[in-house]
Design a protein around this ligand. Structure first.
Ligand code: DAH
Length: 336
């Protein structure tokens, strides 16, 4: 009887051990040691039953059966625990000999990273970042920017007009803004000069989608209004901006252009690693725009610029198709 009791005690310790080690090998060895059909300890105990005095046999036999059942239960429950529980289903074992599973960290989207960096660069030049709404009215998107009703930029085919009534706070038609220049107006309407802001955000145009066009993209808009601001200040700031983002080996070039809200207007090109690329537009804020927000163009002047964030990001990282940025392929995104 003592032998049978000891068997339960030592077996439960060993099965317990196997559980702790989460080790199938130890489990199997323990099973053979106790429940092995040929020479397991239970088998030996059974042989011992033969030597028990006749009158003690019923008690000893009963005890033996109890012990046998108990050992089988111990084995079964250890096996279940190690393989993650029979009924619970799927195995969830820990094999300490395997290499660890690296936790998968998410990435900040390359465009968001670019935006953060550009804000940071402009912040160091004294420009504070502001935001504007993506749903705009035609006053902020066109009218106040000196883009009159008959101007082709207002063509319904070139804009995402919204099929909603004019809102109480904004006048006229609502649309998804086609440029971040809207934020210039919003800032100047609410603040007197000096102004020194950047605004980075999404703009929308019904462009045919290809390697360099997307119906939604991002712009960085800059505006500085003060006394005696000149084109030299504009070029100086953009040069510093470009070399901070791309590196000292960057060159910057202005080409004459036209925008309704600047006079004179220029296209901004940057040369980096032997290639010139157009990044956006800039110029001196048109007196009509200053008047539209209640400033006196005789007292203050300003410069403004609007550059494509995707272009900057793609150029810097050598991305050759804008669509990569927006098709949510984690293999692509994980590189940044
Ligand atoms: N808003 C213009 C566009 O989307 C870019 C631009 C040009 C912005 C000249 C400016 C500017 O602030 O001065 O094409």
């Amino acid at each position: 009887m003592k032998q049978l009791d000891d068997l339960v005690e030592s077996a439960s310790k060993q099965f317990e051990d196997a559980i702790h080690q989460v080790d199938h090998q130890v489990l199997e060895e323990t099973r053979i040691e106790y429940l092995g059909a040929k020479s397991g300890k239970l088998k030996e105990a059974q042989k011992g039953l033969g030597k028990v005095a006749k009158e003690d046999k019923p008690v000893a036999g009963k005890r033996f059966n109890e012990v046998k059942t108990r050992l089988e239960e111990l084995f079964q429950s250890a096996a279940d625990t190690i393989t993650g529980g029979g009924k619970k289903g799927k195995a969830e074992t820990l094999d300490v000999t395997l290499p660890g599973v690296r936790p998968r960290l998410g990435h900040i989207h390359p465009i968001t990273q670019t935006i953060d960096e550009l804000k940071d660069i402009m912040g160091r030049l004294g420009f504070s970042a502001v935001e504007g709404p993506e749903i705009e009215d035609d006053w902020h998107n066109f009218e106040a920017l000196n883009i009159p009703l008959e101007h082709p930029a207002r063509d319904p085919l070139d804009n995402f007009y919204l099929n909603i009534a004019a809102s109480s706070h904004g006048g006229g038609n609502q649309l998804l803004r086609s440029q971040t220049s809207t934020v210039q107006i919003r800032v100047m309407e609410n603040k007197q000069p000096p102004i020194r802001i950047v605004s980075l955000g999404r703009v929308y145009r019904p462009d045919e989608i290809d390697a360099t066009h997307y119906a939604m993209f991002h712009q960085i808009e800059g505006l500085l209004v003060d006394t005696n601001v000149t084109m030299a200040d504009l070029k100086y700031v953009l040069r510093l901006f470009a070399s901070s983002y791309l590196g000292e080996d960057v060159e910057i070039r202005f080409r004459p252009s036209f925008f309704p809200f600047t006079e004179p207007s220029v296209e901004v090109d940057m040369r980096w690693q032997d290639t010139w690329l157009e990044f956006g537009g800039a110029g001196m804020v048109d007196p009509n725009v200053l008047k539209a927000v209640g400033y006196d163009p005789e007292e203050v002047t300003g410069f403004a610029f609007g550059l494509g964030v995707e272009r900057l990001c793609m150029r810097r990282h050598g991305i050759n198709d804008i669509r990569y940025l927006y098709d949510s392929n984690t293999k692509f995104l994980a590189q940044f």
